[in-house]
Ligand binder design. Structure first.
Ligand code: ZN
Length: 122
């Protein structure tokens, strides 16, 4: 009998939940990265779907308000301004330059590590 493992998509979802919760907690007093309003979500600068390698990147993911995250599709111009303010131009440029070919298939071991690490941080 093979050991029953949690399906990978389920693990990915769990890891993203844990990571996003940690981001919201980290940023709750900083306000939305794009407009400074109250933080409702963890918003990705590069979308997690198209840039899967940046799903769990701490600079690529920041607290955002509902309006910027959902209705303004990330409010990316102001998101970038917020990133520069928070992390500095050099780090933002590094993120942008590293963004190429960032499609990544996360493994079970990696996802487990993320769930453990970010789960215990809060
Ligand atoms: Zn906002």
């Amino acid at each position: 009998m093979p050991i029953k493992q949690t399906p990978l998509p389920k693990m990915l979802k769990k890891a993203q939940e844990v990571f996003n919760r940690w981001i919201r907690e980290r940023d709750k007093d900083k306000g939305c990265i794009s407009c400074g309003s109250e933080v409702d979500h963890a918003g990705h600068y590069y979308s997690q779907g198209h840039h899967s390698g940046l799903r769990f990147n701490e600079i690529n993911t920041n607290g955002q308000c509902l309006r910027c995250n959902n209705f303004l599709h990330g409010n990316l111009i102001n998101y970038r301004k917020g990133l520069v303010k928070r992390y500095g131009e050099a780090k933002v440029m590094l993120l942008e330059n590293n963004n190429v070919n960032k499609v990544k298939k996360w493994t079970r071991v990696e996802l487990q590590a993320i769930i453990q690490e970010y789960g215990k941080k809060d």
